[in-house]
Design a protein around this ligand. Structure first.
Ligand SMILES: Nc1ncnc2c1ncn2[C@@H]1O[C@H](COP(=O)(O)OP(=O)(O)OP(=O)(O)O)[C@@H](O)[C@H]1O
Ligand SMILES: [Zn+2]
Length: 719
């Protein structure tokens, strides 16, 4: 009698699962997490299938079946689908699912301390500190001590005198339950209708995809909250994907205000402890509401009821390393496999999603206006060929005037400049040399606040040199072009008494700093906020009535076929920060190309016109959503060999109708961290299964060590 065989997938980059035997008397099911020997090691893996045919050879036995809940069936399918679609190995995808080994065991138990509530008036300073600064409670003595700046002995001593209680408890307690029945805001009729549509989808408890397409400030969040509440009422879990940046901010407190409990937050920056707790609670089905960055999509929720992708057009949903995938598209896939509804929300939906809505694949739910009497901001252009600022200045006269008006009325202005630092280029006046990143094809950016020259691609930085490293000329180095720091300086020089602050990842690197600064902006304690991409998303500043875009041309050009779309989206979003409360908003965009169709459409408030032009162009060129594209990047330490590998790879392309290959050519960033880069593009008609085609092609290549051939399905990055 043959014993049970199982196929085990390990979280490593190998082509597939391996066969193992199951010891007598042990029962194994699909999705079980097991330990099995691989080489000389014991490794954690997942049972992808059970009882396949006799493989005709002696198999190693699995060593242990973990007592945790198995990965749900749809999750196993999801792993395979994501791998196939993105030309990755299922093991690589599994690695994104099994993010925390420790999450597979029950929570560790520790002695945790918590105040009893007694508080005599003669407390010693150390004891007072423990009570006032030692929280949140319950916590370990050492944690309380560290937070309060006292010794752990003080905490333990407080138990004896009845000031603290000590109990053995799980270190990772369950999360507070959200309450779906708390009252939300009173919705406008249009909002109510949209919410009813979404709630109906959730009630069906089956796959559907809805595009919630509402202008900035139309209340999309309030509307999808109703769908979230419905899923929670059914006792199911809800997964909400947001751009990473929205996670550190007021965003989370909005969930708490609506559902009475802070949601489980999941992103790359959480601690190992928070990660293990979140994973365990989500996998068990206990944690009901998860708000996370793209990687949250790989949490194996046991009882999923709804997935929401907020700001679905956002480029941060695309992961560019390891398994290259787009979380928005994979969210729809997961919804299909789980047979549960998916909501994509945006004020500026991607053309792909609009196309799907037009074809009827997605329900199209539209919120055409802001609630009540609030209007969308007026948008105007400033032609920089006419309103030329003085040399070394970047704010035109009409822009300065618009800010002056707001300051006069006690309102706030936002200046958007999507460049960190002081100046994007450091040039020697004597010899013309530019400061360059040592191993990367990128100029160094001057950061005056820290006195350093920084590579924005790799993070390399050095102290700003006093002399030119090329010709030794003293005082020859000069800064070309603007970054946020320089715009802030310029704004301050125009308005010496104004409170000018910068919001960028350099000035505000911790979540607390960001929260603090945004809080001051909300309370009106800042007059002029100068910000990068960070200010674009989701914020509500009631007193903000003016948005100035310093360089409306910055996003255009380059080889990105979506450059026009991105420009349009970003400008709509940033302009949409103005006038969200009871005062009307205005946005002005400085540009050298006022005739550009994206800008013209913005001024006219005519999205359909822009989309019409853009769709026609995509259709003509066979670009998404009318055709498929893939990119291949060839990386290697030697330029000639990397190029030869790229050229050779092209000769291996399988023959297929409806597929076209462009390249190879040097990538726009031709060298990154010491590796040379070549790239090619593949375009295909919609009927072609491009993933399958690319996988077959990729499998034919022999890649020397230290070299890499990376396939990117539906690329968002073209550098
Ligand atoms: N019916 C309503 N009555 C009063 N205020 C509302 C209503 N709906 C929404 N709001 C408020 O309007 C502001 C914008 O709402 P919300 O953030 O949900 O919009 P959004 O469509 O997600 O915006 P964006 O896409 O620009 O981020 C919020 O402060 C919200 O509380
Ligand atoms: Zn020089």
């Amino acid at each position: 009698m043959s014993r049970q065989n199982v196929q085990i997938l390990f979280p490593v980059n190998v082509p597939g699962a391996f066969d193992y035997a199951v010891p007598d008397g042990v029962r194994v099911d699909r999705g079980d997490i097991v330990f099995a020997p691989i080489g000389k090691q014991m490794k954690l893996g997942v049972v992808m299938s059970v009882g396949a045919a006799d493989v005709g050879r002696e198999l190693k036995e699995i060593a242990e079946v973990k007592a945790t809940r198995p990965l749900p069936e749809p999750m196993l399918d999801f792993i395979n689908w994501v791998a196939r679609y993105n030309v990755a190995s299922p093991g690589q995808v599994l690695r994104m699912v099994l993010r925390s080994w420790k999450a597979l065991d029950p929570s560790p138990i520790a002695t945790l301390y918590e105040p009893t509530g007694q508080r005599p008036s003669n407390l010693t300073p150390a004891r007072r500190a423990a009570l006032d600064e030692g929280g949140p409670f319950p916590a370990r003595a050492a944690e309380i001590a560290a937070r309060a700046g006292i010794s752990a002995g003080v905490v333990k001593g407080m138990v004896k005198v009845g000031l603290m209680r000590a109990d053995a408890r799980p270190v990772d307690p369950p999360f507070a339950e959200p309450d779906p029945n708390m009252k939300g805001r009173a919705l406008s009729p249009a909002q109510n209708a949209a919410a009813a549509d979404l709630v109906a989808q959730v009630k069906k408890n089956a796959y559907s995809a809805s595009l919630l397409d509402g202008v900035t400030g139309s209340g999309k969040t309030e509307v999808y909250f109703e769908a979230v509440a419905e899923a929670l009422r059914q006792g199911r879990q809800v997964l909400i994907l947001v751009p990473e940046i929205a996670l550190t901010q007021a965003g989370l407190s909005r969930f708490e205000a609506r559902f009475g409990a802070e949601p489980v937050a999941w992103h790359s920056g959480i601690t190992d402890m928070a990660r293990r707790r979140a994973w365990r609670e989500v996998a068990s089905g206990r944690a009901k509401l998860v708000v996370g960055a793209r990687s949250a999509l790989f949490l194996p929720a046991a009882n999923l009821g709804l997935i929401v992708v907020d700001e679905e057009h956002d480029t941060s949903f695309k992961q560019e390393e390891g398994v290259i995938y787009n979380a928005r598209d994979m969210a729809v896939l997961r919804g299909r496999l789980e047979d549960r509804p998916v909501i994509l929300a945006s004020a500026t939906p991607s053309l792909e999603s609009l196309h799907n809505a037009r074809l009827g694949r997605y329900a199209h739910i539209i919120l055409p206006e802001r609630p009540g009497a609030i209007t969308l901001p007026e948008i105007g252009l400033i032609d920089m060929k006419i309103h030329k600022p003085e040399r070394g200045s970047f704010l035109s006269e009409p822009m300065v005037k618009a800010v002056a008006e707001r300051i006069g009325r006690g309102e706030q202005s936002l200046l958007y400049m999507n460049r960190r630092g002081y100046a994007p280029l450091i040039l020697c006046k004597a010899c013309g040399a530019r400061l360059k990143s040592p191993d990367t094809d990128s100029w160094l950016v001057e950061h005056r606040a820290t006195g350093r020259a920084v590579c924005h691609l790799t993070g390399f930085s050095m102290r700003m040199p006093k002399k030119c490293p090329n010709c030794d000329a003293e005082d020859g180095l000069t800064s070309i072009g603007p970054g946020v720091e320089r715009i802030a300086d310029e704004a301050q020089s125009h308005f010496p008494h104004a409170r000018v602050e910068i919001l960028s990842s350099d000035t505000t690197s911790t979540p607390e700093e960001i929260k603090e600064r945004l809080g001051r902006m909300e309370r009106g304690e800042i007059d002029i906020l100068v910000g990068t991409q960070m200010v674009v998303k989701g914020h509500n500043f009631p007193k903000l009535t003016f948005v100035g875009v310093v360089d409306g041309d910055l996003l255009m050009g380059g080889s990105d076929p979506r450059a026009g779309e991105r420009t349009y989206q970003t400008l709509v979003q940033v302009a949409g920060r103005a006038g969200r409360a009871d005062m009307a908003g205005e946005a002005l965009i400085q540009t050298h190309h006022p005739e550009h169709e994206a800008l013209q459409a913005l001024v006219a408030g005519d999205r359909d016109m822009f989309i019409g032009v853009e769709m026609a162009m995509r259709e003509m060129l066979g670009l998404p959503p009318y055709g498929r594209i893939a990119a291949v990047i060839i990386w290697g330490p030697d330029m000639k060999k990397a190029k030869a590998l790229a050229v050779d790879f092209v000769t291996k392309a399988p023959r297929a109708d409806g597929v076209e290959i462009l390249g190879p050519s040097e990538a726009p960033i031709s060298r990154l961290r010491g590796l040379y880069r070549y790239r090619l593009f593949v375009t295909a008609e919609p009927s072609v299964n491009l993933s399958k085609y690319m996988a077959a092609w990729r499998a034919k290549a022999k890649v020397p060590t230290k070299y890499k051939i990376q396939v990117d399905i539906d690329p968002q990055s073209f550098v």
